[in-house]
Design a protein around this ligand. Sequence first.
Ligand SMILES: [Zn+2]
Length: 493
Amino acid sequence: MQLSSFRGYHIRMMKKTLLCAVLAAALAQPVASYADLPDLGEVSDASLSLADEARIGRNALLAMREAGDVLDDPEVNGYLNAIGGKLAAAANVPGVHFTYFCVADTGINAFAMPGGYVGINIGLLLATQSEGELASVLGHETAHVAQRHIARMKAASSATSPLLLLGTIVAAALAARAGSGDGAMGAVSAGMGLSISNQLAFSRDFEREADRVGMQYMAAAGFDVRNMAGFFQRLEQAGRYSDTMAYAFLRTHPVTLERISEAENRALDYPVKMRADSTDYLLVREKLRVMTMSPDEALRYYQSTQARGLYLSQGASWYGMARARLLRHDAAGAREALAKARGLLPDNPMLYGLEIEIAREGRDWNEARAIARKGRAAFPYSAALQLAEIDIALDGGDKAAAQKLLRAAEDARKNDPALSRRQARLYADADPLRYHAALGDAFYYEQRYPSALEQYQLAANAKGDDFYLRSSIEARIRELQRTVKDEKQQARN
Ligand SMILES: [Zn+2]
């Protein structure tokens, strides 16, 4: 698969500088020194504490996000964390909060970073043919985290410093992108005196353990464990005929006949579970597919697959067709395709989401608002629809409505940077105090502390009187000054 026109995600540009920038950013982030941590008796704890892991993973994710590699789509994120959350609940790891995120890349890959950060490439999601196959990969990666494979790998090679480990993790995550050729990879590994492939790949024992434990999570979460062997098999066959860069997952997860038959044998111990794919899975897959194509490619894809009946779900195929037509600014055609999708699928918030997008294409704010209200009444807990409704008010210039909606949303979901950013938009022209305070909040919730501090300081110096807000900003500034100082201190150690 070619890394082509992601709508809005021009990843291929400046690949090399991007890689260096990300690495530099990652390495500049302080990493805890654990020389003085108490020996907890267990090798993995002594070498890397859970707090160290969380910090390394968080910084790696921030670096990837800053490089534009993370797809911030509320519908996709909501879905990945819903399905990942089921596997994480089965894993039940105290002290680890799992975060599943989508990497805007067509290479087939998934990876686990320390601290419970699990990345899934668009390409991997598109390669799956059922939700159970996706669950098998997520279960495997969740098991790497739960079994603390990174800390145990680190313990086995004591020469690796935490900074190098972080660099390696980020480099690995980036190498997982189909577009990053051997040139960039070579530069990184030479510069760091490391062989990326040796450092990154878990041992065969760890891989086997992740397959075995991941399957337990799948079963506990209600998926059909036979999907694991099925997915391996298809990857193995596909990998044989394709260029290897697109199959990064196979490089770190070689699919051998032995591995496939182990997964098959293990599955015999579990009862057979037939399970239909969720509508969310089917729709997210088509949404992502359209993102990887140009408008004309997408239209041709749906025309030809529909003509030959090649789809998992006819309804989802019409949803994809509607997206393809919308990309070509054909609102009437998109509406018609969406109506067909609705006729074939159970009601779903993503159908309202697309209907809103179509109304917005014609800049019909009243219609968009009406659809959002209807969708919110049917799915009051959909964060994506809630954000869509706020955006309609902001983009349609209805500040009073935006303010009201934001207040209600913040009551329901505290500490959400997506809401703070919209708050900032609301105050952008009129109220510098609240504008900078809201931006500071967004950075603070994203744990980008130096940027948060900068915004809070701008807020403190801005005009405007609100005694309560000002004193909370002052308190944040004092807290952040300590945090930033501590992190700098730790980075020097
Ligand atoms: Zn693995």
